[in-house]
Design a protein around this ligand. Sequence first.
Ligand SMILES: [Zn+2]
Length: 117
Amino acid sequence: MSAAAPKAAPRGGRAAAGNDAAIASDLYTLTRFIEVYCERKHAPAGGGLCPECRELLDYAEARLRACPYDPKPKCKACQTHCYAPERRQRIREVMKFSGMHFVKRGRIDWLVRYFLS
Ligand SMILES: [Zn+2]
């Protein structure tokens, strides 16, 4: 697995404090996308996320916080595929599904937030 990145260079094992805002922003968007996906696809009783989606979100958060780059690039622009293939496939499905949901609802603001932030 190659870790080459064009702009940001890996440094140390932990994300720097300056990355906290970027991580929080990504995590917020990610959470919203997973919430919409789970609500529509799984409709867990009692609201919230089903165990499967909760686990996926926990995994995504752990990967985010473990990002070795400073400054942290947008995950979609990053050359390091830090997600395991199976998780990566699931998160892509979530992004695709919820992205369409936001488009249909006219919630372009969420897409702009995700793609341009
Ligand atoms: Zn779910």
